[in-house]
Design a protein around this ligand. Structure first.
Ligand code: MSP
Length: 520
């Protein structure tokens, strides 16, 4: 067997400053679906997520709570990990920037770039709010030109700091973007970044002396390394940067950094320049996804419209939430989540289309053939058309998924599900069961329903891993075939032996009563 190709994919590392909301869950679910799809098409995947733990804000919040920064973040990060478990996130590693393995990497990177002459000491000037102990930029101030947190005046202060020579790499970066059309996606973000770089890049301040919850600058420990330099480098730590490891050679450069649109700039300007300074190849792609909007409004604590993913998962189940997020929102664009829309999707798509297809099919196989399917010996027009539609759906699905058109891909799987439901109505197996002359035709119909469900189970596996497994189990197909399945090389139709006995149906998704929910 040919050796598996590596595929390295990351989410951003999340700030442990607040509870994670459904927007964060969106980002991680997207990445998880891509990771699962890549595994299902034969890649050796390394999928990374984590937490971005340093900085002045965390230090202050922890102090206000009477905790050390580490004790404070420990608790919050345990909550992240619990959420990812409940959402069936299949990451291969979880990086915390407070870990020693990361400190070693960041200091090594600092040392290398400093020795090269691309880090130098200078003076940082900023606007400082003394009561909040926070630095602000002019743009961040409130309308009165005061601190956006407490509303008090700020002062211009200067402190010694280290700078990274970002400006030196601007031309090389532009050339790279120009010659690699897929480096930044979607195209709208790519164009934005090109005009941003063309306006000129300033060197980047990468250290602070005003707080100490961070990684010390090697050899000058009153400085700590400032946020983005510490955060972006997380992508190098778990694969063994600096250890001459096989893993590093195998997985770097990363195939995909999936990030929210507001941090594309850091990932496509600062990050590539750091990598160029290290003489490392650049990631193959940075994809900027849109934001999840609640009932038409951006989620924020002050608006009180933050949706808690744990509550949603407890109420509707992880797979229903995953399905909604991936289907409803086109990758790269903003998308809306509302309780009504969620319930409509669950009832129409999951309980009705998919749930009924499975239930009706297994019921009929039970009733008309005591649960046993036979390989077709005859094929009519409708049968042939369904078989062809199955093959076409799989081909379209693979193409869409390879191009990260996640919403499009799952929509087409649903058209196939609808087509299969219609096939049952056209073939009227209940009538065939009573007609001596249509017994072979009935066998074909029941076999084709099993084949269609098998294909659906595999195609939805990256989106709804638990549901896919349940379908597989109800079809009573061997578990090892599910784990070994490769959507790129398998035969799209069939794969079910003559005389196979399917299981009994159980409900996949209960219908949600809309009336009862309206009152909430
Ligand atoms: N710590 C930085 C990332 C460093 S990566 C080297 C950070 N953290 S964050 O917690 O604020 O955001 C993490 C991710 O969550 C971002 O990609 C951001 O776009 C995403 N989201 C936060 N709110 C969101 C929505 N409402 N909708 C979709 N994604 C959202 O930035």
């Amino acid at each position: 067997m040919a050796e598996k190709q590596p595929y390295y994919l990351t989410t951003p590392i999340y700030y442990p400053s607040a509870k994670l909301h459904i927007g964060h869950a969106y980002c991680t679910t997207l990445a998880d679906t891509i990771a699962r799809y890549k595994r299902l098409t034969g890649y050796d995947v390394f999928f990374l997520t984590g937490s971005d733990e340093h900085g002045q804000k965390i230090q202050q919040t922890a102090a206000a709570a009477g905790l050390t920064p580490l004790a404070y973040v420990d608790k919050i990060v345990a909550g992240f990990q619990d959420l990812w478990r409940r959402l069936s996130i299949s990451h291969d590693d979880f990086i915390r920037t407070s870990e020693e393995r990361h400190q070693k990497v960041v200091q090594e990177i600092f040392r290398r770039i400093y020795q090269k002459g691309d880090i130098y000491k200078g003076t940082y000037t900023g606007l400082y709010c003394t009561p909040c102990e926070s630095y602000w930029t002019k743009l961040q101030l409130n309308e009165q030109g005061c601190c956006p947190d407490c509303g008090r005046p700020v002062q211009e202060v200067a402190e010694e700091a280290y700078f990274f020579k970002l400006s030196k790499y601007a031309d090389r970066l532009l050339e790279h973007i120009d010659s690699h059309p897929d480096f930044i996606r979607p195209t709208s973000r790519r164009n934005e970044m090109i005009s941003f770089i063309k306006q000129g890049l300033e060197d980047l301040c990468i250290s602070r002396t005003s707080f100490d919850w961070g990684i010390p600058v090697p050899g000058d420990e009153k400085h700590v390394i400032y946020v983005w330099f510490d955060a972006l480098t997380n992508y190098l730590t778990p694969i063994g940067f600096g250890e001459e490891s096989e893993k590093f050679a195998r997985f770097w450069p990363a195939d995909l950094h999936l990030v929210g649109k507001e941090i594309v700039r850091f990932h496509t300007i600062i990050w590539p320049c750091i990598l160029m300074a290290l003489d490392l190849p650049l990631p193959k792609q940075v994809y900027g996804h849109g934001w999840l909007i609640v009932d038409g409004d951006k989620m924020s604590k002050s608006k009180g419209n933050v949706v808690d993913p744990i509550a949603l998962i407890e109420e509707f189940g992880a797979d229903a939430i995953r399905y909604f997020l991936l289907r409803e929102i086109t990758l790269g664009q903003d998308g809306n989540i509302s309780r009504d829309a969620l319930i409509t999707r669950i009832n129409a798509d999951l309980a009705n289309d998919l749930g009924n297809l499975l239930h009706r099919s297994l019921n009929m196989i039970g009733k008309f053939r005591q649960g046993v399917v036979a390989r077709p010996t005859v094929e009519g027009e409708a049968d042939k058309e369904l078989r062809q539609k199955g093959a076409e759906t799989l081909q379209g699905y693979l193409k869409d998924m390879d191009n990260l058109e996640l919403s499009e891909a799952i929509k087409n799987v649903w058209s196939f599900i609808s087509r299969t439901n219609k096939y049952i109505d056209e073939k009227t197996p209940w009538a065939a069961a009573k007609d001596e002359a249509r017994q072979a035709d009935l066998d074909t119909t029941l076999y084709n329903l099993t084949a269609a469900l098998r294909l659906v189970s595999l195609m939805i596996a990256p989106y709804m891993p638990d549901t896919a497994k349940k379908i597989w189990e109800q079809l009573a197909l061997p578990a090892e075939d599910f784990s070994a399945a490769n959507l790129k090389t398998m035969e799209s139709w069939g794969g079910i032996p003559d005389g196979h006995r399917v299981g009994t149906p159980t409900q996949l998704f209960p219908r949600i009563e809309v009336e009862k929910n309206k009152a909430r």
